[in-house]
Design a protein around this ligand. Structure first.
Ligand SMILES: [Zn+2]
Ligand SMILES: [Zn+2]
Length: 323
């Protein structure tokens, strides 16, 4: 099996799951990617957490089907990461093409890129409204962002009229759809189904299943162990799931450990979920902070912990990985 991973434009052979070796950054056998081999590509735009790691933008994932991008979450940095992926040649993934997005939940690490997603593509030429699907409260957030930028929007609308591009004058608008579990979107490329996940005291947190002509992709969003993710994947091609390592868990205070247990998924729990949901490929993202500034990167520990308990294909997702 070939999956595209690591640097954009390269395809690597998915490695057999060897035990007890930290292989997240081990040398891989690289091959030139055949871009037309699959009509669906997954681009990890942001794999971070609230921690402002310069190597990891806030959570955001693009699924590109037949050259049309669909975005899941819009953490800080999302539009710059789209531009980076576009420059490196993901066909159809461009800033002005960002028109359909799905939000898992209202936490700021997943939404701080929202004004950017609304305004920047419009500023550089998007003429159609943004369609956004997400939990209750999305409309309120949307209305207030538009109100906060009222002055900028008025100026740019006048500028676009004066510059002779009146068709772009309304491209800042947003159709915000507050959803309930079930099928929430369908077009010729993709069917998107939403399901509720357990994210502690967050009133509504969704995971999503995207069904395209050639792939089925499930993304957890932020979640403590949730049966809905197992049911949503059920042998899916790719499961993108958050996880924290026990290494970092053991490095934080008891109160913070309790917070993690209620809101997120440990490596051990991740392995159990993977065994039950049987994805073709498990991609770990939104991994927990190291437990303090200056601590070593915990990614290899996370991967190792999961691999000790789960024999399927699993990788650590990094920003601008393509699968
Ligand atoms: Zn988060
Ligand atoms: Zn969250």
């Amino acid at each position: 099996m070939l999956v595209t991973c690591g640097a954009l434009g390269l395809t690597v052979a998915a490695r057999p799951n060897t035990q007890n070796r930290p292989t997240a950054n081990a040398p891989l056998q690289l091959q030139t990617r055949n871009a037309s081999a699959q009509s669906t590509q997954i681009v990890l735009l942001g794999t971070g957490t609230p921690s402002p790691d310069p190597d990891r933008s806030g959570p955001a994932t693009a699924v590109v089907v037949n050259g049309t991008p669909y975005l899941i979450d819009f953490g800080p940095g999302v539009v710059r990461r789209v531009a980076a992926a576009s420059q490196k040649g993901v066909t159809g993934l461009s800033v002005v093409n960002m028109r359909v997005a799905f939000l898992t939940h209202l936490h700021s690490d997943h939404t701080a890129g929202y004004p950017d997603l609304i305004l920047t593509p419009w500023s550089v030429g998007r003429s159609q409204p943004l369609e956004v699907y997400g939990p209750a409260g999305l409309k309120h957030m949307t209305d207030h962002i538009l109100e906060a930028y009222r002055e900028d929007i008025a100026i740019r609308r006048r500028d676009k009229q004066a510059l002779g591009v009146p068709e772009q004058a309304d491209g800042y608008k947003v159709q915000a759809h507050e959803i309930t579990p079930g099928a929430v979107y369908k077009d010729q490329n993709v069917t998107v189904k939403a399901f509720l996940v357990n994210h502690g005291d967050v009133a509504q947190a969704f995971g999503y299943r995207l069904e395209t002509p050639d792939r089925t992709i499930v993304i957890s969003g932020d979640a403590a162990p949730s049966q809905s993710i197992i049911d949503g994947c059920n042998g899916c091609d790719v499961l993108i799931h958050e996880a924290y390592s026990m290494l970092t868990y053991n490095a934080v205070s008891p109160a913070y450990q309790e917070y993690r247990r209620k809101h997120h998924t440990s490596s051990r729990e991740m392995a159990e979920i993977a065994k039950k949901s049987r994805p073709g490929l498990l991609v770990l993202y939104h991994r927990a902070n190291p437990g303090g500034v200056g601590r070593p990167n915990p990614e290899l520990a996370l991967l190792e912990e999961v691999r000790q308990l789960y024999g399927g294909k699993v990788v650590i997702g990094r920003d601008l990985d393509v699968f």
